[in-house]
Design a protein around this ligand. Structure first.
Ligand SMILES: [Zn+2]
Length: 317
């Protein structure tokens, strides 16, 4: 295929099509029957529970006075999130953190904040939600005022909630341009905001939403700096990752960046770079059944990120 921006766009459209049955995709783009999904609740200790549903998995922290919720899921899952919380606490949701601008992370904000919860997010996420945006070729309309974050930050923020210290960090241009890494210090749990792959697979970065390979490496380095050998790192789906799994992902990204940079320096076009299979020794570990990020898709993402190609299908309004 002759390399051109159009060809690259076609490639991205096909990647977007593959994305449409998986997590981190705007609700409108998904073909999931939410009525059939069950939420799996996992106790991570110190009042922190993982609410897993094959999408933008949520975390909750149960305190004496109320509940802190990280990510509200897509709108059709809101009632199930509410029911899952009710099974472990009768307290109201006091605080919500939205990790990034994919609809499986903020879609049920309005319903779940109705009791008066404060919604915390990065400045860029509120901006995108207020104006509306496009992700994966799907238009996300402006959010109603009741769904918008009410407290935002630029670089970092610390929350104190019923004895737990929760640190929020913004890694610029990682999975998106609005990511928040959420570190529960006492529980030793980190929500990765999509910056690691589910079940240790290849991670995805959304170039059209301001994500980048370089930012992913910075995000994973940041999480490694916060981790010890008991830390659990929460991806968008699957069981929490270990620090060793995170380290393997970070090392893979650094190696892949060097390999793809070399191919670019040699003058290789994108298709030629893909044909050299720079991920081949990683694929056995990082390609999982059902994971849309294949080795070739990973190479294309890396190539386009290094070249600074921003998909034209996801413009800001
Ligand atoms: Zn995402």
């Amino acid at each position: 295929m002759k390399f051109s921006l159009l060809a690259a766009a076609v490639t991205r459209v096909s990647v977007a099509a593959a994305l449409s049955v998986l997590s981190c995709v705007p609700a409108a783009a998904q073909r999931i029957d939410y009525s059939k999904l069950e939420i799996k609740t996992t106790d991570l200790g110190h009042g922190v529970f993982l609410l897993g549903w094959q999408g933008g998995d949520s975390l909750i922290l149960i305190g004496d006075d109320g509940v802190l919720l990280v990510d509200t899921s897509v709108a059709p899952m809101g009632d199930k999130i509410k029911a899952a919380i009710a099974r472990v606490s009768s307290k109201p949701i006091k605080l919500i953190v939205n990790t990034h601008a994919h609809a499986d992370h903020f879609g049920a904000n309005e319903a779940l904040a109705r009791g008066g919860a404060t919604i915390v997010a990065h400045d860029s996420l509120r901006d995108r939600m207020a104006k509306g945006f496009t992700a994966f070729n799907q238009a996300i309309p402006p959010s109603p005022p009741a769904a918008l974050p009410t407290a935002t930050y630029a670089d970092a923020m610390t929350l104190h909630f019923d004895g737990e210290t929760i640190q929020l960090f913004h890694p610029p241009n990682a999975h998106t341009d609005s990511d928040t890494l959420v570190h529960f210090k006492r529980a030793n749990v980190i929500h990765a905001s999509g910056t690691i792959g589910g079940d240790g697979g290849y991670p995805f970065f959304d170039l059209g939403s301001g994500g980048s390979l370089a930012g992913m490496i910075v995000a994973e380095d940041k999480m490694l700096s916060l981790s010890d050998d008991k830390t659990r790192i929460v991806a968008d789906e699957g069981d929490p990752a270990s620090t060793a799994t995170l380290k393997a992902s970070r090392d893979m990204l650094v190696t892949l960046r060097a390999r793809v940079q070399k191919l670019i320096d040699e003058g290789k076009r994108e298709d030629e770079a893909v044909a050299t299979k720079p991920t081949k020794d990683f694929d056995a570990r990082f390609v999982h059944q059902g994971n849309f990020v294949t080795g070739d898709a990973m190479t294309r993402l890396a190539y386009e990120s290094i070249k600074g190609v921003t998909p034209p299908i996801t413009p800001r309004r």
